[in-house]
Design a protein around this ligand. Structure first.
Ligand code: PRP
Ligand code: URA
Length: 206
């Protein structure tokens, strides 16, 4: 099972607050945004930079900037709640959207929207708080690859072992970053202990 578990006391603290069923929509969204920013620090750790000549108020120096364009692709709906924290850290990123929902009976993803950035050389971060069966993330990444995008990673808040296995098998080139790897899925394909339905908690549609 290949996954980067982003362990940090602040992330654990904030995630525990989010998991608590008494956490209201406002606090849930704020915490999700804060964790997204903290995780972005780790997701981007190995990214390539290129030298850039600048002038400080005192002298010339060689600094660095990110080598590639960046695209952030939230999977609707819940991925929208994960987007602001990443964008805060990478404000020059392009943003694409993929709309998928899980069929309540089959648990398979159903596509309803796609609008992807045109920069094919960009490094893409697919963001979605939950990796459960892995169906939605695997489908979204296939859509990006069909469009010609190559350099893709996946950032989730909570991953189930079942979803990690599916992603590792279907997209072995894609690195997965998760704030936590939980125990298992229940018979409705919800993550245990999890935090419930992320989309409903982000948008207050419980
Ligand atoms: C949730 C979540 C993921 C998906 C994960 O979305 O945000 O996209 O389930 O499950 P999977 O790994 O089994 O595919 P959902 O389908 O509930 O849609 P929503 O975000 O619109 O509520
Ligand atoms: N989607 C969610 O929002 N929560 C889960 O636990 C599983 C899939």
């Amino acid at each position: 099972m290949k996954v980067h578990e982003v362990k940090h006391p602040l992330i654990d603290h904030k995630l525990t607050m989010m998991r608590d069923k008494s956490c209201n929509t406002k606090n849930f969204c704020e915490l999700l945004e804060e964790i997204a920013s903290l995780m972005t620090y780790e997701v981007t750790r190995e990214w390539e930079t290129v030298p850039v000549e600048i002038e400080t108020p005192l002298e010339r120096m060689t600094g660095s900037r990110l080598k590639n364009d960046v695209s952030i692709i939230p999977i609707l709906r819940a991925g929208l709640g994960f987007l602001p924290g990443v964008l805060k850290m990478i404000p020059h990123a392009h943003v694409g959207h993929i709309g998928l929902y899980r069929d309540p009976v089959t648990h398979k993803p159903v596509e309803y929207y796609s609008n992807l950035p045109k920069e094919l050389d960009a490094t893409c971060i697919v963001v979605d708080p939950m990796l459960a069966t892995g169906g939605s993330a695997a489908a979204a990444i296939s859509m990006l690859k069909e469009k010609g995008l190559k350099n893709i990673c996946l950032m989730v808040l909570i991953a189930a072992p079942e979803g990690i296995e599916v992603l590792n098998k279907e997209h072995p080139d894609v690195e997965i970053y998760a704030a936590a790897v939980d125990r298992e899925l229940n018979d409705r394909a919800y993550i245990l202990p999890g935090l419930g339905d992320a989309g409903d908690r982000v948008f207050g549609t419980l």
